[in-house]
Design a protein around this ligand. Sequence first.
Ligand code: GLU
Length: 471
Amino acid sequence: MSSTISFSEQVNRNFDKAAAHTNLERMLLTQIRNCNSIYRMSFPIKRDDGSIEVINAWRCEHSQHKLPTKGGIRYSESVNEDEVMALASLMTYKCAIVEVPFGGAKGGIKIDRRQYSERELESITRRYTFELAKKNFIGPGVDVPAPDFGTGAREMAWIADTYQAVSGGNIDSLGCVTGKPVPQGGIRGRTDATGRGVYFGIREACSIEEDMKKLGLSTGVEGKRVVIQGYGNVGFHAAKILEEAGARIIAIAEFDGAIFNPKGLSVQAVHEHRVETASIVGYPDAEILATNMAALELDCDILVPAALENVITAENVGNIKAKIIAEAANGPVSADANDRLLERGVMILPDAYLNAGGVTVSYFEWLKNLSHVRFGRMQKRFEEGAFRRIVSAIENVTHREFADEERQSLSRGASEEDLVNSGLEETMVLAYHQIRSISKRLGKGVDLRTAAFVDAIEKIAVCYQELGIFP
Ligand code: GLU
């Protein structure tokens, strides 16, 4: 859907709005806002039919105030330089908000991945990585890609393998990319991390009575009517975890259609239907909506746009009925739609905070790669022994024996996945209360997005000020 201004102007408009709430020097703000470096490349690949195609791709490093820079790589026909710049800048702010010590970056390859065979995708991915390596745009201490729209663990494994082949025995080379399959240096919990983070953010927002009252909602996720737009990795996991927490997923929209059931859809059953038929449309226990965009306009409590940017714009904002918009995607609400929603009192949980779960767990994966040890390996058994001794001591004092199941659950040591999920929860909870308290401190109805940007700008500014470059 169209927007009157470009995506990067949109992000910059949010930046400027927030910058006005800081006392920072103009040149410092300009340095924080600008994209530091961008590499645009073209390279040929051989198609399966023997023809040659020239591929266009980008990598943008928005800010090196912390290293490495970090951000996903998207494969999409609509990728362009402006989009990659906007997404890279969002990564900078995102990392600052959740205190992940990275600068922001983003990459894109302009292809419709469904039009390419696995072999072709592999050769595109490997060549792209090689181009990045040639120009020092990838490396565990330089710039670390990750999955994004249209990419996943398989592509990350190809990137890691290519980088390892050209990096000359760098012992930390696995840390050159995150979101890898677990046997190739990935971490448990990364695949569902963004969706899980979205859930934690929504749960925190819904737990505050004062804020829910203003929206005319009760506290808690339980019973909330949720619409999910985009049923990829992020949308699916967010839906699944929200459903587990008692929310009712009343509609799901994908690029080829949308389904609706006011009583609630079974997330797992819809997923299985899609695996079988390659589409969510036709799922038996639901009504098919006229268009996929119609799902956005349904009466619901929480709308979760989880696909691409600019799906809520000046054109459809008047029809949006959700009380909370949870931005699982990057940039789903255009700048003008954003202002209109805020005027109407809609709560927007901003992308730069809400979808930061992915990069948070990427950070854990990178730490794992650099430390060369799985989280939990050193302490799990030790913890279990200590817990068992505490359980026996309690049994001795109380003269009561725990049931086997109870004893086992009380003396369980933390696995890698437990630690990842708990680190993610801590991050999302802390950051939510931080941005909420900034919005309260600034007063005058300052929204959560502006507060999140103020938080990011102030944290990044400190890095430059400490260098003595700016006052
Ligand atoms: N592509 C994801 C994002 O937009 C993840 C980035 C990462 O893990 O580096 O946040």
